[in-house]
Design a protein around this ligand. Sequence first.
Ligand SMILES: NC(=O)C1=CN([C@@H]2O[C@H](COP(=O)(O)OP(=O)(O)OC[C@H]3O[C@@H](n4cnc5c(N)ncnc54)[C@H](OP(=O)(O)O)[C@@H]3O)[C@@H](O)[C@H]2O)C=CC1
Ligand SMILES: CC(C)(CO)C(=O)C(=O)O
Length: 294
Amino acid sequence: GNEVTCVARGEHKEKMLAHGLRFHSGIKGEQVVPCYVYDGTEERPGEIGVATAETYRGKAELILVCVKGYSVDSVADCIVRASGERTVVLPILNVYGSGPRIARACPGSRVIDGCIYIVGYIQAPGEVTQSGQVCKLVFGARPGDGVSSEELETVRRTLADAGVKAILSEDIDRDTFAKWGFISAMAGTGAFFDAPMGAVQREGEERDVFIGLTKESTALGERLGIRFREDPVAANLRVIDALDPQTTSSLQKDLKKGRESEIQGQLFDMLDACRKQGIEAPTYERVVAKFRNS
Ligand SMILES: NC(=O)C1=CN([C@@H]2O[C@H](COP(=O)(O)OP(=O)(O)OC[C@H]3O[C@@H](n4cnc5c(N)ncnc54)[C@H](OP(=O)(O)O)[C@@H]3O)[C@@H](O)[C@H]2O)C=CC1
Ligand SMILES: CC(C)(CO)C(=O)C(=O)O
């Protein structure tokens, strides 16, 4: 029922416009949604508008920022242009601090914060796969973001109507930190040992490293004033133990293929923050040393 525009580029954009956006979804099944070039004037119900960050015109009501950490700066101008007085900007990256960072990069935009639990990827240009049944988005207000509780409720309802399990958090700083701590430990362990999560599910060095990373990020979080809802080691191991043993993180896959990756935001920033806060982080030191100068 809502108008949707995707900001895209390259072959992905071309294929979407030529053949529609093809979804292979564990939740919604197979679908092809027709796409058209969005120029800020015409809206076509039942179709997805497509624009580039440079050509996007018009004002959005809700902007979901779902690029990787290294691409944030390339979409900042677009976010500012697409923001009107009532627009809400919702980042869902796996990098803690994305809300504040995007707010700084996009003066005048109203930026909240969030994170998402989903397994998805671009399978081929114009084709997106979402695996399994999990699609949970946690979001919430940041201090001084200027977004009212009624507007947050509108965001929740909009996402829920689209089939997303949307949870309005009373402490999004805690929840984005917890997601960051998890993905950092998962990606760091997987990349360090070049192993899928099955290796972390068994007792042994891989599991010990995963636990070490989680304990160190927990110490950092506590130093920063995060009040975790439950012990992060127990919570993170529960998630790992429920994964398909073949699962690897996208950071691990990107590193293996020599592609640009989120290693700065997911690993290096964690160690740098530990050092800055005087938190001893021998496991992060060991894992990061393998990648920092390689
Ligand atoms: N994939 C997943 O299952 C999950 C991912 N996350 C997090 O979500 C974020 C996004 O991840 P993911 O979806 O995997 O990333 P992808 O790289 O698969 O998708 C991001 C897309 O944004 C495009 N993009 C980047 N910059 C621009 C730009 N300036 N103009 C137009 N398009 C642009 C990229 O194009 P191009 O390829 O040309 O760069 C790419 O198609 C990350 O922080 C990730 O850690 C969180 C939970 C689960
Ligand atoms: C592992 C997964 C899919 C979990 O949400 C993820 O976020 C990533 O690969 O970056």
